[in-house]
Design a protein around this ligand. Structure first.
Ligand SMILES: [Zn+2]
Length: 266
């Protein structure tokens, strides 16, 4: 059985996990996970994330504001996603306080999304992202970045602000941007769907082993279509990495785990 696996990007606060949370955490333990970093998205899920970290020794909290939610008061009335309103400035202050008190191991999920919100809200998204980067830097915490269709801009902002501890989660941009990120010392967490994605496979093969991490983004991005994803599935990425880098599965898991420990200070 595998040991020392880690999921750096999970959404166990999602309603899909409400009925069988204990079992999902147990499955993760049995699959060999040492840690699950649950990422918050808004006021409600950030508090639930902190509760989960209190309840389960295997769970650590990352607190953030999902980039689409970061501009929710400014979205058009016919915007297709339903978003529960919250006070963004108050949430940023809450995250800062929690980081100061050592209640979270990272800032995230946050970043920029060029898929859902209209382009004229880019600068408003960037404003929130920059505030969260500032919090991560002041408290020396990693920042977990969503960069959908804004990969180059995310990298540009992070470098301009001098961010050092960065995880690009589920990075789908051009490989040369990933390479530039890795050269800047940034990390990339590869989801459990990598077996069916040439982009993620290229990252596993060609980025330095030191810059790689594993994630699921569960309940999303399941390796099996139309099923719920869960943290135990990070093992898929570990196996693929072992294969590509000619390592044993145990070695691959241990390498990712040591990357996690170095970055998250575990
Ligand atoms: Zn996510």
């Amino acid at each position: 059985m595998l040991e020392n696996c880690v999921d750096v990007h999970a959404h166990l606060t999602h309603p899909d996990f409400q009925a069988d949370m204990e079992q999902v955490v147990q499955n993760a333990r049995e699959a060999g996970l040492n840690k699950i970093v649950v990422n918050g998205l808004d006021t409600t899920s950030n508090r639930q994330t902190l509760e989960l970290a209190q309840k389960f020794d295997i769970v650590e909290a990352a607190l953030g504001i999902y980039p689409v939610y970061a501009v929710h008061p400014k979205l058009p009335a016919d915007f297709p996603l339903k978003i529960e309103p919250f006070d963004i400035a108050a949430e940023i202050a809450f995250i800062d306080e929690a980081a100061k008190a050592g209640r979270c191991v990272a800032i995230g999920e946050c970043g920029l999304d060029g898929y859902w919100p209209p382009e004229e809200l880019d600068s408003a998204q960037e404003e929130v992202f920059e505030k969260l980067i500032d919090i991560s830097m002041r408290h020396d915490l990693p920042i977990i970045v969503h960069s959908r269709k804004r990969e180059a801009r995310c990298l540009e902002i992070l470098q301009a602000l001098g961010a050092r501890k960065v995880v690009f989660h589920c990075f789908m941009g051009k490989f040369k941007i990933a390479r530039a990120g890795a050269e800047a010392g940034y990390h990339f967490s590869i989801p459990a769907t990598a077996h069916s994605s040439t982009g993620f496979q290229k990252m596993l093969k060609e980025l330095p082993l030191e810059q790689l991490l594993t994630e699921t983004d569960c309940p999303y991005l399941s390796p099996v279509r139309n099923t719920r994803n869960e943290p135990a599935n990070v093992v898929n990425t570990v196996k693929l990495l072992a294969n590509f880098k000619s390592l044993s599965e145990e070695q691959a898991a241990l390498k990712i785990w040591s990357n996690y420990k170095l970055l998250f200070g575990a």
